[in-house]
Design a protein around this ligand. Structure first.
Ligand code: ADP
Ligand code: ADP
Length: 230
């Protein structure tokens, strides 16, 4: 099932054309890896999918972006609700500077959920899905920033999963982590992928081949190869 369709995507930083007409689709229950050398436009393309780029000074984007048939750049698109549907994880874990529990509960409270029992169930469920529950369950009131980088990254993923996104964008989520923490995140992504459309930017061919269904190779702002991951 195709969830995201992008056509002839061009992006200019000022006069500089950073993406030269990318056509790429993404399917539910699949992980697509975006790979290519540093500076080829992977992050730039990824950020178009949750509308992080068009709010930056002097950026021009053309082309079409549809998620579940909705043009996400149409004038009446509510960017806040788009961000709930399309969650993003960055290279550096960025938990909020408060407890693990409040990090994961945050999005639920923003949605107006008040029932403490429902919140606590969803917090537990999300931390379990993100494969970090066993490591934090006795310390839910501890500051999220007091945990290891790998744990912080999985707490961030739990925070994102709690609001039930359709799409998960990951921009080099394991580049700042040790191999064991990276492996935990890879294994977790394979566990959850059935329910989501997942796109991961990585510079590691090995990582792409371990976890992705599809691989898209970019070079100098172009998509140069796309297909089933071998
Ligand atoms: P990658 O993720 O593949 O390393 P990026 O998307 O970060 O590549 O960058 C693609 C190109 O766009 C590079 O030439 C980079 O210097 C340029 N670029 C990225 N972000 C900006 C920005 N905010 N302003 C101007 N140029 C940028
Ligand atoms: P509508 O589709 O009538 O705008 P919805 O309740 O379906 O209303 O969606 C609320 C908001 O979320 C709208 O701005 C919509 O474009 C956006 N939206 C809905 N589904 C998705 C999706 N899968 N991906 C991105 N944005 C979406």
């Amino acid at each position: 099932e195709t969830v995201i369709t992008t056509k002839d995507v061009r992006l200019y930083y000022g006069e500089h054309e950073a993406l030269h007409g990318i056509n790429l689709d993404f399917q539910k229950s699949q992980i697509t890896a975006l790979i290519g050398p540093s500076g080829c436009g992977k992050s730039t393309y990824l950020r178009c999918l949750n509308r992080m780029n068009d709010l930056i000074h002097d950026v021009t984007i053309t082309g079409s972006f549809k998620i579940d048939g909705h043009d996400i750049y149409r004038p009446q698109q509510d960017v806040v609700s788009l961000r709930k549907k399309v969650g993003m994880v960055f290279q550096q874990p960025n938990p909020f500077p408060f407890s693990v529990y409040d990090n994961v509960a945050y999005g639920l409270r923003v949605q107006g959920i008040k029932d403490k029992k429902i919140i606590s169930q969803k917090v537990e469920e999300s931390l379990k899905q993100a494969a970090v529950w066993d490591e934090v369950k006795d310390d839910l009131t501890k500051n999220a920033l007091s945990f290891s980088g790998g744990q912080q990254q999985r707490i961030c993923i739990a925070r994102l999963l709690a609001v039930k996104p359709d799409v998960i964008l990951l921009d080099e989520p394991t580049s700042a982590l040790d191999p064991i923490s990276s492996a935990k995140i890879e294994e977790m992504l394979l566990q959850i992928k059935d329910q989501y459309t997942i796109i991961i930017v990585t510079h590691s061919m090995q990582q792409a081949s371990r976890i992705s269904d599809k691989t898209a190779f970019m070079l100098n702002g172009d998509l140069v190869e796309y297909g089933d991951t071998k």
